[in-house]
Structure formats: structure tokens, C-alpha cells
Design a binder for this molecule. Structure first.
Ligand SMILES: Cc1cc2nc3c(=O)[nH]c(=O)nc-3n(C[C@H](O)[C@H](O)[C@H](O)COP(=O)(O)O)c2cc1C
Length: 221
């Protein structure tokens, strides 16, 4: 058993060595078991009301990677050599009318779906009045925010396994959406691209962290 002190040190070590990797070793592949662990850390991520508004596409095909590369300046340095390249999709129009919500409540959570129930009404009220998720864009961004939590868990799990990663927002969303839709890999009525991540083993030194001090970002009230 690790002592509390050892645990604290390990957590900080893991976050110190997670860095946005720019150069991956093309020869080194992530093992199946390690990858399963990383995907499981995504699957177990928290989500608003437990509705899991996401899907994860693992892009193995080198031609597809090339085509994505053309639309993703932020992935240019890593997409070729990354062992695993993930495109995270966020669900669109996640309101009570979306069949995914019924699926989550009935099939995943084993409860009855009743749009008039207190739970559903609370959800509806929360969306309309608390967060004012009243446009398609706001609803997509709300789902997209949640995919970043899963992304973070994946990168942290990877860092625990000494696997490197780079999160990627540098892409033309409209173009990647259209590309995935044209090829039948994503239904554009249901999903949009949220974030991409390269995973693999670094072929460079870990970049030391530059960060604001705790005093700058933290206040006790
Ligand atoms: C949401 C998000 C989007 C990012 N997009 C890119 C990207 O497109 N390409 C890239 O090389 N790095 C990208 N990064 C990496 C950041 O530049 C990096 O995390 C930041 O500079 C801090 O450095 P560190 O992660 O090495 O500690 C992104 C990071 C985040 C969180």
C-alpha cells in the first residue's frame, strides 16, 4: 500500500509528465491492455445528468489520418506518428426530445422514461432556465464541454501508464464534420467533432511546465 505522502507525490509526478507531446516515436505502439485502460477511463467519465453525450472514433487508417491532417493544423506534428489517434464527437441537440436521452434512462440506467417525470422536468428546466441552452450551438458546446472531461481522464490515465498525448483543438470543425459525415462515420444530425487527441510514446524530452502561481489563480472566500 502506498502511503498518503507517496500518493500525493505520484499524482503530481503524473501531472508533471503529462505534457502536450509534439514528437512521437512512430515505432512504439500502445499495448492493447493499456489502450483498453485508457478507453475505460473515458467510458467512466462523469457527465451532466449521466447522459454521456459522446462517441470516440479511433482513427487507424493512415489515409484517413492524412485527410484529417489537411484539415487540422494542430495535429500536423503528431497525427502521422501517434500510436493511437482519437476523434471525440459530442452529441447535438441533447434535449428531452433526443432519443439518446430515452436510451440512456431506459437501456443504460434501467429506469422508466417519462418526459413528465420530475427528473425529466428538472432536466428541461435546467437546460432552458439555468444554463439557457436554447440554441443548437449552446447545446453542442454544452455536450462538447463534457467530452473534455473524458478527454482529460484519458490523458491522465495515459500519463499514469507513461503514455504521452497531445490534445488537439486546431482543426476546421466544419470541414472535419463534413468529411466524417460524407464517409458515413458520423451522422451530422446526431454528432459534431469536439476534440482530437494523439496518444503514443514521446521521441523528445518532456517539456517542463510553465504555469501561473497558485496565488494568481486561487482565492479562498
Ligand atoms: C483544449 C486544448 C486544445 C489544444 N489544441 C492543441 C493543438 O491543436 N495542437 C497542439 O499541438 N497542442 C494543443 N494543445 C496543447 C496546449 O498547447 C498545451 O496543453 C499547453 O500549452 C500547456 O502545455 P502542456 O500541456 O505541455 O503542459 C491544446 C490543449 C488544450 C487543452
Amino acid at each position: 500500500m502506498m502511503s498518503n505522502l507517496q500518493q500525493q507525490k505520484e499524482i503530481i509526478d503524473v501531472f508533471q509528465r503529462r505534457y502536450a507531446t509534439k514528437k512521437f516515436n512512430p515505432e512504439r505502439k500502445i499495448s492493447e491492455k493499456d489502450w483498453e485502460t485508457i478507453m475505460e477511463s473515458a467510458r467512466l467519465a462523469p457527465s451532466s445528468f449521466g447522459f454521456e453525450p459522446w462517441k470516440f472514433l479511433l482513427i487507424e487508417n493512415p489515409e484517413v489520418r492524412q485527410e484529417i491532417k489537411e484539415m487540422a493544423w494542430g495535429a500536423k506534428k503528431t497525427i502521422d506518428d501517434a500510436s493511437h489517434f482519437i476523434v471525440i464527437l459530442a452529441r447535438k441537440n441533447m434535449t428531452l426530445e433526443n432519443p439518446h436521452i430515452q436510451h440512456m434512462i431506459e437501456d443504460v440506467n434501467g429506469r422508466t422514461f417519462d418526459p413528465e417525470s420530475r427528473f425529466c422536468q428538472l432536466f428541461d428546466d435546467f437546460q432552458r432556465n439555468d444554463l439557457q441552452l436554447t440554441t443548437e450551438r449552446a447545446l453542442f458546446d454544452w455536450a462538447s464541454k463534457q467530452t473534455y472531461i473524458a478527454a482529460s481522464q484519458m490523458m491522465t490515465a495515459a500519463a499514469f501508464l507513461d503514455i504521452d498525448s497531445c490534445p488537439i483543438e486546431g482543426f476546421n470543425q466544419e470541414k472535419v464534420d463534413a468529411y466524417l459525415a460524407q464517409n458515413g462515420w458520423m451522422d451530422p444530425k446526431e454528432f459534431g467533432v469536439s476534440l482530437m487527441i494523439s496518444f503514443g510514446y514521446r521521441d523528445e524530452d518532456i517539456k517542463p511546465k510553465t504555469r501561473q502561481s497558485l496565488e494568481e489563480i486561487y482565492e479562498v472566500i
